[in-house]
Structure formats: structure tokens, C-alpha cells
Write a protein that binds this ligand. Structure first.
Ligand SMILES: [Ca+2]
Ligand SMILES: [Ca+2]
Ligand SMILES: [Ca+2]
Ligand SMILES: [Ca+2]
Length: 475
């Protein structure tokens, strides 16, 4: 600024060489100088006004995205309520009849999506709710089951066991207080269940690399930056496929009440007091003499001790059709809550592979059999696995499986109408009570924009979102 003023005054001197004009010239110089300073101030001020205007416009967009996300959560809760009503038969529409949309739903000027990891295809986005019962529960899975998760290390699996168990005995390869207290920023081993999946990052041997794999923006598909090696963050092996971590396969939320699909208390066949209840159930369901045959064959009167209900099935020599009618009404546990059971109707191949004793061929057979189920009319008991697996394998997984789901997660992405701001949240909704409850709400915005950047670019140009822009397939 000062330099510019000197230059200007020099030019002025050359234009007014007379002695008499010296005083007037000085005034003129001062005037010019003041004018220049003022002009400069105006310029600076105008620029900061523009910045302020842009900031406040972004704030408005950000607030808009925030309210859209809040609206999206209400939508998700409403959809879950509908789903429960349909399943319990209190609604006219069955689950199969309701077509749920979770993609590019418009709210005011803006939009929201409910993202779902597509575990079968890393080139195609998928939308909808995610069933938490279709995952391995980090708080209940055995060491053997944890070890079978994709990308899991022996060290981390053992350390998860130590992290959640109440004792301070170190599992081989694991870690208790001794390890955590020696860290640069020391902390205690939790010795209690994990409350969130991401809490795993506090555990020895865990890393974002193991948890998220190459999918560092958590959208379930292979993005260009996840397939270009070290050219851009994140580092990846550029092999044209998404090497996932185990994030999509694990949960800490799955739990169910020990009741049947209709909400009635189950008969615990491991207590001698239940013998008459079982007899009544069998007589009500089948003919009296058939009920007696089943009771006799099962040996329940003399020895009410079963590993799980599938073992009862084999001992009782019921037909599959008979067992299917009563299976969900039976239990071998006296607990009122059964955390961490895996829903065999919904779990992914990778999750089913973690169940004890199953080979890949067994899991493929389960998936093939499951493929014939009609949506909304899936079996209401775990009995069907006996149609696929041999006795040893069926009984081997019988204590770890269910067909009920009570927790759903929603990965909500909200975008302002002008494309300037977005928000992304993970919500976990528990449906065990009559009113669904949000039990977890986490900001995922920092993972970056997870869909096609063209969507944002289009809205920023003030253009409408066409089907081509909204394409769910990645190039
Ligand atoms: Ca411990
Ligand atoms: Ca990705
Ligand atoms: Ca990369
Ligand atoms: Ca890869």
C-alpha cells in the first residue's frame, strides 16, 4: 500500500512542476493517499464481507443437512415400526408388500440416502437398513469365531477376549492391564463389554487398517483413491477389488429376549419342571399318541439336558415339519436375554463362515437353501439348518443362531439442496420394546463424501439430479 502511494505521488509531481502549486500539491497528495487507503479498506472489507457471506451460506447449508439427517432418522424409525407391525401381523400390509426406498429421498430442496454396504459387489452401491443380528457380536463370540473373521489376526482376537473378560489372566497373544499401562498414554484394560464397534481401536493389535481395510470412506464400494496404490490416500494394493476390513461383519448391539416370535416365554427343556409344559405343547400341536412318542424318544423325563434345541430335535426323532412348528417355542437357556446370536436368515457368507465347525461348502449350501425363501415369509425358527447340515454340524452351531432381529443400523447421508454441505451419521435402533429406540448415534461425516462426487457437483451447478447422476453402479 505504502509503495503504491509513493508511486502515485511521484506521477503527480511530474504533472505539477510549478512552485506556487506546492501547498495545493501537498494537500492533493494527502487526499489521494487518504482515498487510496479508503479504497484499500473498502476492498479488504468487501472481501471479508464476501467471505462472511460464503461462511454463513455454508452454515445455512450445513444446518439444512443437519435437519435433513434428523428427518431421515424419523423416516427410518417409521419404516422399522411398519416392519415390526407387518411381522407381528398387526398391520394389513405384509413385509413383502411394502417397497421401501432408501435412496435419494427428497426433503425440501435437499436429499438423503440410507447407505448399506454391498458385501457381494464392490462396484454397486446399496441402500437400506442393516441387520445387526446378521453380524458377529464382539462381546459374545468365542475366540475361535473371532479368529475366523476376514482379516482378523490371532493377536487381536485374543486381545478382544481379554479386553471384555472381567479377569486379568492374559490369553495367549492377548493383553491385560500390564500392556495398556505401559503405553505412552496409559489406560486400563476395560474388563467389560465393548459399547461401540470403534472401541476396538483401543485394543492391542487393532488398527483402522484391519477394521476398515481399503474401504476408508466406509461406503462398501471400491473408489478410485482406494485402487490407485500410494498415488493418493489411502494406501491400497491397486488390484481392482476392495479388500475389506471386518467392520461390516461385526457388531456389539445384537441381543434378543428369550421369547418366541409372538413374544411368549419359551419352554426351557433343560429343566425338569418344564416336562409337563412340553407335553402340553406337543399334545396341542400333534395327536396325543404322537406327542407321547416324541416325549419318550427325547428322553426328557429322565434326562432334561440338551446342548441346544437342535440336539433335542435329533434325539426326539421328530420330522422336520413337526419340529418347525414348535422349535421357536423352545429354549435350553434360563437367561431372559440372549445377546449375540447370529440370524441365519440374514447373515452374510463371511459371518456364517465364523460359526463353529462350518466349512465353505456348508455355508454355500445354507446360502443356496436360503435363496429359495420368499421375502417376508422366511422360516420362523432355526429348524431349517437341519435340512442342510449333518447332525454334528447343526448341533455345533445350534447354540449360536437365531432367526430374530431386534437391532438395525442406518447409515444416514444428508445433502443440502445446493450441494454445499452434507452430514453422515450412523444410527442403531433397538426394536425390543414397542417403541423403537435409538441406542447409538455417531457422526461419520469426517469419512468423506461416500457417493458419486457428480451428485454434489450437479447440485452446486443448480442442476437437477437425473437418474444418470444417481446411478448406483461405479465405473
Ligand atoms: Ca480382562
Ligand atoms: Ca470405498
Ligand atoms: Ca490409494
Ligand atoms: Ca484392493
Amino acid at each position: 500500500m505504502r509503495h503504491a502511494v509513493t508511486g502515485q505521488s511521484g506521477v503527480h509531481h511530474g504533472a505539477s512542476p510549478s512552485q506556487g502549486g506546492r501547498a495545493a500539491g501537498t494537500v492533493l497528495i494527502v487526499t489521494i493517499w487518504v482515498t487510496l487507503v479508503l479504497a484499500g479498506l473498502v476492498l479488504v472489507f468487501a472481501r471479508s464481507m464476501r467471505v462472511a457471506a460464503a461462511v454463513s451460506a455454508n452454515q445455512v447449508a450445513s444446518l439444512e443437512a443437519e435437519s435433513i439427517a434428523a428427518g431421515a432418522l424419523q423416516y427410518v424409525v417409521a419404516k422399522i415400526t411398519e416392519k415390526i407391525a407387518a411381522e407381528s401381523g398387526t398391520s394389513q400390509t405384509s413385509t413383502s408388500q411394502t417397497t421401501d426406498t432408501y435412496e435419494a429421498l427428497q426433503v425440501g430442496e435437499g436429499y438423503f440416502w440410507v447407505l448399506q454396504s454391498n458385501l457381494e459387489d464392490d462396484r454397486e452401491y446399496r441402500f437400506g437398513l442393516t441387520d445387526e443380528a446378521g453380524k458377529i457380536n464382539l462381546n459374545t463370540a468365542s475366540l475361535e469365531m473371532l479368529q475366523k473373521l476376514p482379516g482378523m489376526t490371532a493377536e487381536l482376537a485374543a486381545s478382544i477376549i481379554d479386553w471384555r473378560d472381567t479377569d486379568s489372566d492374559v490369553t495367549a497373544g492377548g493383553a491385560e492391564d500390564e500392556y495398556y499401562l505401559l503405553q505412552p498414554a496409559p489406560y486400563h484394560c476395560k474388563n467389560a463389554p465393548l459399547e461401540t464397534v470403534d472401541e476396538i481401536l483401543l485394543i492391542k493389535g487393532a488398527s483402522e487398517d484391519l477394521l476398515y481395510g481399503e474401504d476408508t470412506n466406509l461406503n462398501g464400494v471400491l473408489d478410485p483413491q482406494e485402487n490407485d496404490g500410494d498415488t493418493s490416500e489411502p494406501p491400497d494394493n491397486a488390484d481392482g477389488k476392495l479388500d475389506r476390513g471386518f467392520y461390516d461383519y461385526v457388531t456389539v448391539y445384537s441381543t434378543e429376549k428369550n421369547v418366541d416370535g409372538a413374544g411368549n416365554t419359551r419352554i426351557n427343556i433343560n429343566t425338569s419342571s418344564s416336562v409337563s409344559d412340553l407335553q402340553t405343547l406337543l399334545q396341542d400341536t400333534f395327536k396325543e399318541d404322537r406327542a407321547l412318542e416324541i416325549m419318550m424318544a427325547s428322553g426328557i423325563s429322565s434326562n432334561p439336558s440338551f446342548t441346544n434345541i437342535l440336539q433335542f430335535y435329533y434325539r426326539s426323532r421328530m420330522t422336520f415339519k413337526e419340529f418347525s412348528q414348535i422349535a421357536d417355542k423352545l429354549t435350553t437357556s434360563s437367561e431372559t436375554a440372549l445377546p449375540g446370536l447370529v440370524n441365519v436368515n440374514t447373515a452374510s457368507k463371511e459371518v456364517l463362515m465364523c460359526l463353529p465347525g462350518l466349512e465353505e461348502t456348508d455355508v454355500d449350501s445354507l446360502l443356496t437353501y436360503r435363496g429359495s425363501f420368499t421375502a417376508g415369509e422366511e422360516p420362523n425358527s432355526v429348524a431349517w439348518v437341519t435340512e442342510v447340515l449333518d447332525q454334528t454340524k447343526a448341533v455345533g452351531i445350534g447354540s449360536y443362531i437365531t432367526v430374530h432381529s431386534n437391532q438395525y443400523s442406518a447409515d444416514i447421508l444428508a445433502l443440502s439442496g445446493n450441494g454445499r454441505a452434507y452430514k453422515r451419521y450412523k444410527a442403531v435402533i433397538d426394536t425390543q420394546e414397542s417403541t423403537p429406540r435409538v441406542i447409538h448415534w455417531r457422526d461419520l461425516t469426517h469419512f468423506g463424501w461416500p457417493l458419486d462426487p457428480e451428485i454434489v457437483a450437479t447440485l452446486r451447478k443448480g442442476k437437477p439430479l437425473t437418474d444418470a447422476v444417481l446411478s448406483t453402479t461405479k465405473n
